[in-house]
Ligand binder design. Structure first.
Ligand code: FE2
Length: 377
């Protein structure tokens, strides 16, 4: 299944027992899809003519797949994540099915878009098989060591992507490669003795070819699932197995369907996440009333801001809770994920935002660096 976008490691997570549970929950996944489809299709049926009539054109991500998330949020909340009668193993297997559906769709559409990007690059005089960079790239210098690069991403989902570049001594790390130009990569990695491309999540690997063309000797670290999904497959070294760059701490969310790996850049308190980051779905190009309506119903009477399907992605709760407690005790001043989130807002508190986001899973308590310090003395 490697190469078709199916998260193979995820499906093999619990061996034969996991496969049996996965197939047994299939009918429930398709039942939920049946409940989700009428409101989704109704929205799409009105949205596409509206976009065309108001000269906004058509985009498969913005107009077809983005609107799926609100009804999924509501239906998954009431059927699975907030249903006291639903065992969490069932919710986790629904998450596996959803990841397979999303992974397969993303790869099929991604293959078509990649061909279009490569042919567009050739028309512009490019040589080889490098894809065209996105037209809207914003490079922001945050500090002498941190630069962010925002690029549009309009494939299966219409959601801007974000890369964070950390320059520390002779090392440059590209966290979450995006579709900026090869020249941008070369400029940002100039004079580095060691270049690392870090893949924080299974679903973000598409722009790796541009980064690797700029730095053919770059080391590939992060989530091995990202390497599995890439075509051709990449050998990505697992960050949790001895990431040897001074100044960094590593966290592993292998117990979730994204198979995420996170980094903390200690000198500046910069936390580098993947897709599991507060505010990630809010950056999606979608009418606010539609997503607010979905979240308002799905998230009524609770403070967590995490959307339901992402909760289904959390498979091994104990493993994730242990890792979250570790991360929350770190001294985090700012955070960046694979998409623009809350980090650029004033009076932003990474600990508070993360603790709220994960409050549906974390036992109540204070896991902050301050509390951890108090416990240590
Ligand atoms: Fe993403």
């Amino acid at each position: 299944m490697v190469g078709f976008g199916m998260p193979t490691r995820l499906l093999a997570y619990n061996g034969a027992r996991g496969w049996i549970a996965f197939f047994l929950t299939g009918p429930l996944f398709f039942l939920a899809l049946g409940v989700v489809s009428p409101p989704w299709m109704l929205f799409v049926a009105f949205n596409i003519p509206y976009r065309l009539a108001t000269c906004q054109g058509f985009s498969i991500g913005r107009d077809v797949f983005n609107p799926l998330f609100a009804p999924v949020d509501v239906v998954y909340a009431f059927l699975f994540t907030r249903n006291p009668l639903c065992p969490r193993g069932v919710a986790g297997n629904i998450g596996k099915w959803y990841a397979c559906q999303l992974g397969l769709l993303a790869n099929l559409i991604g293959l078509v878009v990649q061909c279009r990007r490569i042919s567009a690059a050739k028309k512009e005089g490019g040589t080889g098989d490098l894809p065209q960079a996105d037209p809207n790239v914003v490079v922001t210098t945050v500090s002498a060591k941190i630069t962010t690069v925002r690029a549009d991403f309009q494939e299966t989902l219409d959601l801007p992507a974000m890369m964070t570049v950390v320059r520390h001594g002779d090392v440059v790390i590209f966290h979450n490669p995006v579709f900026c130009s090869k020249e941008t990569y070369e400029e940002l990695g100039k004079d580095a003795k060691r270049v690392i491309i870090h893949f924080p999540t299974a679903f973000h690997h598409m722009a790796a070819d541009i980064a690797m063309a700029a730095f053919p000797k770059a080391e590939l670290w992060g989530s091995p699932s990202a390497g599995d999904r890439h075509n051709p497959q990449l050998q990505v070294k697992d960050t949790r197995d001895g990431f040897d760059v001074e100044g960094f701490k590593v966290a592993s969310l292998a117990g979730c369907a994204y198979d995420e790996r996170w980094l903390l850049f200690e000198p500046e308190g910069v936390m580098l996440f993947g897709d599991l980051v507060p505010g990630v779905t809010e950056a999606m190009d979608i009418p606010a009333w539609w997503s607010d309506c979905g979240r308002g119903i799905a998230g009524c009477c609770e403070k967590s801001t995490m959307i339901s399907y992402q909760r289904c992605f959390c498979l091994n709760h104990e493993e994730i809770i242990a890792e979250l407690k570790k991360v929350l005790s770190w001294n985090m001043k700012v955070c960046y994920g694979c998409h623009p989130g809350h980090a650029d807002q004033s009076n932003y508190d990474v600990y508070e935002d993360m603790a709220t986001y994960w409050s549906w899973l974390l036992p109540a308590g204070d896991y902050s660096a301050k509390a951890a310090g108090v416990q240590l003395t």
